[in-house]
Design a protein around this ligand. Structure first.
Ligand SMILES: O=P(O)(O)O[C@H]1O[C@H](CO)[C@@H](O)[C@H]1O
Ligand SMILES: O=c1cc[nH]c(=O)[nH]1
Length: 241
């Protein structure tokens, strides 16, 4: 049955879904990396494509920006039969060691957002990536020789509320960077018994409106996407072994 926002039918969405926030990134991934990619939905700029990567069926589905939109998309993907959700996003660096265009593999997300608060009724909870997805992502990055950081990120609602002072405070608590969707994706996936992960590329320092130069960021995003797709292949093979 078609969903209200992700206007796809049962069977349109693969078990493995990459989740960029940006619809242009979704189209780029589908056109550059997937074979026989077809567009299954484009309602509200939530572009969704399904194709194959090294023979493995993979979808790429836009989440839009922020947890409210990401939670809707994750919920509807679960209803459409998705089993593993992997965000492929950008993040603002908080820890000084996270440099422009670096790959950050999230192990968990501090939920500084209203969506998970509402979903949890205020109960304390630690939205976390699935161990297998983190493991496969780290292994894929190592195999490809892609330098990476693996650790905590923070998910927030108010992009322009964060300052370099917040970045320093949260970095002192182990947070590598801030983004806007991971906590909701981790929680909604857990509520449905799905696996989830989150890979991000550092697009700027928190509080700095200057983005990494376009070409440098595009290369970082492509590195991240290749790692995410190789992680999918590893997860697929492990499921069949
Ligand atoms: O590049 P994406 O995946 O959209 O991710 C980041 O970029 C947006 C903010 O500029 C937020 O969605 C944030 O999470
Ligand atoms: O949420 C985000 C994403 C990228 N850059 C930021 O500063 N914040």
């Amino acid at each position: 049955m078609s969903q209200i926002h992700v206007r796809a039918q049962a069977g349109d969405v693969a078990e493995y879904v990459l989740l960029p926030g940006d619809p242009h990134r979704a189209r780029h991934i589908a056109q550059t990396y997937l074979e026989d990619a077809t567009l299954y939905a484009e309602h509200r700029q939530l572009l969704g494509f399904t194709g194959t990567y090294q023979g493995v069926p993979v979808s790429v589905q836009t989440t839009g920006m922020g947890c409210p939109s990401a939670a809707i998309v994750a919920e509807e993907l679960a209803r459409l039969g998705a089993k593993t959700l992997i965000r492929v996003g950008t993040l603002g660096g908080a820890a000084p060691r996270v440099r422009p265009a670096d790959l950050v593999i999230a192990t968990a997300a501090v939920p500084n957002d209203g969506t998970t608060r509402q979903l949890l009724g205020g109960a304390p909870y630690a939205p976390a990536a699935s161990f297998e997805v983190v493991e496969a992502s780290v292994q894929a990055a190592r195999a490809a020789g892609v330098a990476h950081h693996a650790g905590l990120v923070m998910t927030e609602d108010a992009f322009y509320a964060s300052t370099p002072e917040h970045a320093r405070l949260w970095a002192s608590r182990g947070v590598l960077g801030f983004e806007m969707e991971a906590s909701a994706i981790f929680l909604v996936a857990a509520q449905h018994g799905l696996r989830a992960g989150c890979l991000t590329t550092c697009s700027n320092d928190i509080g700095d409106p200057q983005l990494v130069p376009e070409e440098v960021l595009a290369n970082g995003v492509d590195r991240m996407v290749r790692v995410a797709l190789e992680a999918v292949v590893r997860l697929h093979r492990a499921a069949r072994a």
